[in-house]
Write a protein that binds this ligand. Structure first.
Ligand SMILES: Nc1ncnc2c1ncn2[C@@H]1O[C@H](COP(=O)(O)OP(=O)(O)OP(=O)(O)O)[C@@H](O)[C@H]1O
Ligand SMILES: [Mg+2]
Length: 507
């Protein structure tokens, strides 16, 4: 590539990588070099081929053509374990912790399987896991905890801790920050810099351009399976990178914010869950979009789950638009047109082997009489698929073969398809590319203007400030701020979220 300043021989060098799925070419001959100690950001729209390329480099997928050299020697991976032994570690876009195992077992799973004697020194395993988590700044994740009990961000830390072995040469991270708030992301970036200083080469994918510019030495853009640019971060402009990604000039700015009406959709007084969340005081009117911000573990997801009927209340009162209280179950919530998008789409009841159309219309089916369905289904889905820019070969493509961002758009589309009165979204644009994000903000804004109320949680402060009409900040389950977005300073939101960070956690 044109980055002439590099003098060292590349640790990783790929040439002419090609890949097709079922006759559709996804990668058209990719060349990429990576020097030791370098941090490369790989960016591009949903479905551009980023994960496919990195999956090939780490041995999880086989290329149809091209070569991979590690330290100048051409390699052919038998699988990810083979690449891992050679020093290439990969943290996947979809979290893959084993929920029934402990954190320590997850982190040391690889060595554990490699050992044939069957003897495991549990104390040593825990100590090692704790050391790796501490290196990530994630001391709060206790090695003996069951991984299934962890939130998404902590699961992410476990995944990364798994890859921190001594002979690591290349670390590949597919959207490592998509569920991290700026604080956790910073902790991760500090780790990436430390590893780079130890001559580990790092490739990471991100849809958040601010962090790409903050962390990467180089930015490579993939568009429609081709590498369209590869340049030093320090001298690149954001607009140029966006133009390379989208193939066009600027982005659509989100439309004007909706005006709230007087119809109260939700009124919560002294609402608590059975843990440490609350008391919450919140009245939401039709047309309002409440953005909930807070650190990982602040209670954002807990609040949404409580409102969606997935968590039992521990006190307080709630009155909803239809005169009823909190839904008693997720099924009841959908029937009352309260749509919920959970943070982890795998937990959202997606059916990976069904088509994207079927997945999108699951909830619609629950609220539609049978005789109305068939004809209306396709008609209802088509405009949504277009608006959300779902990229697929056809509506019949199986959900699991869609790129991560496109799967996210489908689960979001499923919520919108029921025309909800109250829309609850946890990380609505997780993994969605920046052009589509703007489109989603516009769509949600229009639906709110039509009388829907929205409560969403996001780890991205720019998203909260772009979409919300009012902002709520949670810190350790406590409501710290509830204010109109207009005129709200970013610093005020951050300091409210951060206020308790330095105090010791109560037992
Ligand atoms: N197993 C598969 N079968 C069929 N098509 C596939 C399969 N895996 C990936 N694809 C297709 O390859 C294309 C590239 O997908 P990929 O996951 O590499 O995109 P990406 O750039 O990582 O996008 P995102 O930002 O959404 O994660 C997509 O159109 C996707 O549908
Ligand atoms: Mg991907």
């Amino acid at each position: 590539m044109q980055a002439g300043a590099r003098t060292r021989a590349p640790v990783l060098s790929v040439r002419g990588i090609r890949k097709a799925f079922g006759g559709t070419a996804v990668l058209h001959g990719i060349d990429l070099d990576l020097a030791a100690g370098e941090v490369l950001a790989l960016v591009g729209e949903n479905g551009a081929g980023k994960s496919t390329l990195l999956n090939i480099i780490c041995g999880a997928l086989r290329a149809d053509g091209g070569s991979i050299r590690l330290d100048g020697t051409e390699r052919h991976w038998g699988g990810p374990r083979h690449a891992m032994q050679a020093g290439i570690a990969f943290v996947h876009q979809e979290l893959s912790v084993i929920r029934s195992l402990s954190v320590a077992e997850n982190i040391r799973l690889g060595d554990y399987c490699a050992r044939r004697t069957g003897f495991v020194d549990r104390a040593a395993m825990r100590a090692d896991a704790a050391a790796r988590l501490a290196e990530l700044g994630a001391q709060h994740v206790r090695p003996e905890l069951r991984a299934g009990r962890l939130g998404t961000a902590d699961q992410q830390f476990v995944e990364i801790a798994k890859s921190l072995t001594g002979d690591l040469r290349v670390l590949i991270l597919d959207e490592p920050t998509s569920s991290l708030t700026p604080f956790e992301a910073d902790a991760l970036f500090a780790v990436m810099r430390r590893l780079a200083a130890r001559d580990v080469a790092i490739v990471f994918i991100s849809h958040r351009l601010e962090e790409v510019f903050a962390v990467a030495d180089r930015i490579a853009v993939l568009r429609d399976g081709r590498l369209v640019s590869d340049r030093p971060a320090a001298t690149s402009r954001r607009e140029a990178v966006i133009a390379d990604m989208t193939g066009r000039g600027g982005l659509v700015a989100p439309s004007a914010r909706p005006q709230p009406s007087t119809d109260v959709v939700l009124a919560a007084t002294a609402l608590r869950d059975r843990g440490w969340l609350g008391p919450i005081e919140l009245t939401v009117r039709a047309g309002e979009i409440i953005g909930v911000f807070g650190l990982v573990g602040a209670g954002r997801s807990e609040l949404l789950e409580l409102l969606a009927g997935l968590r039992r209340p521990g006190g307080g009162t709630v009155r909803l638009f239809d005169g009823g209280g909190l839904p008693g179950s997720p099924g009841e919530a959908w029937a009352r047109r309260i749509a919920f998008l959970p943070e982890d789409r795998k937990a959202a009841g997606i059916l990976p082997n069904l088509s994207l159309l079927e997945n999108m219309l699951l909830s619609w089916r629950r609220t539609m009489p049978a005789w109305l369905r068939l004809t209306r289904e396709q008609r209802a889905a088509a405009p949504l698929l277009r608006r959300l820019a779902v990229r697929a070969s056809s509506p019949r493509q199986r959900l699991r073969t869609l790129s991560g961002g496109n799967q996210q758009k489908v689960v979001l589309g499923r919520c919108l398809a029921v025309a909800p009165r109250l829309l609850l979204l946890d990380e609505p644009t997780r993994g969605v590319d920046i052009a589509t994000k703007a489109e989603i903000y516009t769509t949600i804004g229009e639906l709110a203007a039509d009388g829907m109320a929205v409560i969403f949680a996001s780890s991205e402060l720019p998203e909260v400030l772009a979409l919300a009409t009012r902002v709520m900040v949670l810190a350790r389950g406590q409501q710290r701020l509830l204010a109109e977005n207009a005129g709200l300073e970013e610093a005020a939101v951050l300091s409210a979220a951060f206020r308790f960070q330095t105090e010791p956690a109560e037992a």
